[in-house]
Every structure is written in structure tokens, then in C-alpha cells.
Design a protein around this ligand. Sequence first.
Ligand SMILES: NC(=O)c1ccc[n+]([C@@H]2O[C@H](COP(=O)([O-])OP(=O)(O)OC[C@H]3O[C@@H](n4cnc5c(N)ncnc54)[C@H](OP(=O)(O)O)[C@@H]3O)[C@@H](O)[C@H]2O)c1
Length: 342
Amino acid sequence: MAWQHISIAAFGGPEVLQLVTEDALPEPGPGEVRIKILAAGTGFTDTFIRMGRYPDFKGPLPFTPGYELVGVVDALGEGVSGLAPGTIVADLTVVGSYTQYALRPAASLIRVPEGIDPAEAVCLPLAYMTAYQMLTRAAGVSPGATILVIGASGSVGTAMLDLARAMGLSAIGTCSARNMALVESYGARAIDYNAGDFAAEVRRATGERGVDAAFDAIGGAHFKRSFAALAPGGVLVGYGSQTMATGGESLIAAGLGLARLKLWTLLSPLLGRRRALFYSITDRRKSHPADFTADMAILLDWLRQGRIHPVVADRLPLAAAADVHQRIAAGGLGGKIVLLPW
Ligand SMILES: NC(=O)c1ccc[n+]([C@@H]2O[C@H](COP(=O)([O-])OP(=O)(O)OC[C@H]3O[C@@H](n4cnc5c(N)ncnc54)[C@H](OP(=O)(O)O)[C@@H]3O)[C@@H](O)[C@H]2O)c1
């Protein structure tokens, strides 16, 4: 049976995303499941992978991009039990989701409860999970805490604002002027990061106290500014080096930013017990796989209950992948574009 997927044969611009047709369905090996994809998430990290700048994936080429999927179990490989064909599942794949069919290890699949829109569910494995684990497992924030979300208008940023609302946190978010209304729509205070020193603005907004936790994926020298916005005992969670990814900073500057996080934690007693750490969803899943499964179950339940509200900005076919990457680079989406392969 003929089926389609997006293939990248060489790292580069959006034009390297090519729709390819295959003749025969892939057969699951031992421990694997063939999934018929219902929804594939897209986002900034996919564009970073496409350009060959993502530290955790450098090939081999060709490959199918796509960090997250929701689909239906279609066929079981040898030795797989407890998963019936027809079960709806989700997974964080890093690559491999822009496709009509995918093979995945059975052990990595998360069950999706009945009655959930696959396009909304596919917003969870990367953006919501990153936001949720940073809030709970990395920073350990309590209800009533004040958080600073850098890049609050992006996928992870809006997920964090949505979760902050659900978890009883006060949020301050930095974004560009055009996105201030979006950030405020989550009940957060918006700060235009182009309008001056956001750390000073955060201190003013918190009566000079600062925030309990800050989340920053801009990276490099920017971590210093976020650290300056912390209250005594506060924590900075770094989770990216976006300025390096977009070519605005060197690898060395990004590395220095990461080294600073470690240094601040070493010097924490001298810095008002402020500390810093780095979060990576892929590292955390490898080291704590049971947490990933448990946290996805919580997020899927919150989605089912209407406690969180992922925004699907558009639903498009696989053939639109190159246009989608152009739109992600242009920014201002206000949500996730989801590919619907069928
Ligand atoms: N470590 C992990 O586990 C992990 C997991 C997921 C994502 N990430 C990383 O997190 C980053 C964000 O991902 P995403 O999917 O949320 O991307 P996204 O949707 O493209 O959002 C990025 C946001 O950054 C904002 N921004 C750009 N320059 C800024 C600046 N100087 N100050 C404040 N905000 C700025 C933009 O806001 P405006 O449009 O308002 O300017 C944009 O909304 C990426 O670097 C990604 O690789 C890391």
C-alpha cells in the first residue's frame, strides 16, 4: 500500500522538506509498533533540526523530521503485548513524526484517553511537557509563586502560561510588542523585551523582590539578565540556546551561558541562595522514563477536563511542511501548527 512522509536528504532551508511516496508499509520489528499518525506537532525545534544545528540529532540523512506524534496502533511486532490495534497513543519522537506511518518502540508509547482531539493532544509531548516538568520537577514551584517566562509568546512559553494559570502561579512574560496582548490573554503581565531592561521591569513589578523562578531558552549572555530577575532563593531554569540556534551568538557564547548556570549554583550561598540549572526533555526522559509517563498522564487528564487549553494555530496536510517551517521562522503564530497526514 502506498503511503507518504516528509524526507530531509540534506540539512538546509524549508525547501529541503520533501514529500516522498513509498510503495510498501514498514513492518514492525520485535518490540515495535506500527502507528498510523493522526497528528504531528511542528515547532521551532524542528526548524533547528532541519538546519543541522540541533546538538542531539545530526543524522543520518535522509530522515523524516517531527518531534511528536499522536496516532493509532496499526500493527504489533513480535513480543508486544498490552497494546491492542486501534489504541490511540502519543510519543515524543525527536524525529520521525511528519508521516502517515511510523514504527516506534512499544515501551515509549503513552496511551491517549478517548474523546481527546489528536491535534490538541499532540501539543503536549514537547511544549506542555517541557513546561510542566520545568515547573514541577526542575524548579519545584508551589501555588502562589511568581514566575518569569522568557519568550512567553512561543510554544513552550504559552504552555507555561496556561499551566501557570491552572496551577495557581503568577506569571510575568517577556515577548515582542506585537505579542503582548496574547501573553496578557493568559492573565500574565507582559513585558516587551525590546523596550528596555526587562530584569529592572520585573523587579519593579514585584516590589523589588524578584521572581521565584525564571525560565529562559534564549541562552548565552541572556541567562545573566534572567538570573538578575530572581528573588533570594529563586531558581533560573535554562532550557535552550536559541540565540545560537538562530545564528545570533557563537557556540562558545552558548557554552559560556551553560557554564554560568553551574557556577551560580556553586556560588549559591553567596548569591542569596539563588541557583540555576539546565533542563532537557530528552535527557530527563532518558534518566526518568517513569516520570515522563506519569506527567503525560496528568497533562492528558487536565486536557480532558478542560483545565489546560493548547492552541492549535492551524491544521494542515504533510505537503504544507515547508510553508509551516517558514511560518514558524516568521513567528507570531500564537499556537502550534499541527500536520494532519490524512
Ligand atoms: N530543553 C528542552 O527540553 C526544550 C524543549 C522544548 C523547546 N526547547 C527550546 O526552547 C526554545 C523555544 O521553543 P519554542 O518551541 O517555544 O519556540 P517558539 O514557539 O519559536 O518561541 C520562541 C519565542 O522566543 C521569543 N523570543 C525571541 N527572542 C527573544 C528575546 N530576546 N527575549 C524574549 N523572547 C524572545 C519569541 O517571541 P516574540 O515572537 O514575541 O519575539 C518566540 O515567541 C527553543 O530554543 C527550543 O529549542 C527546549
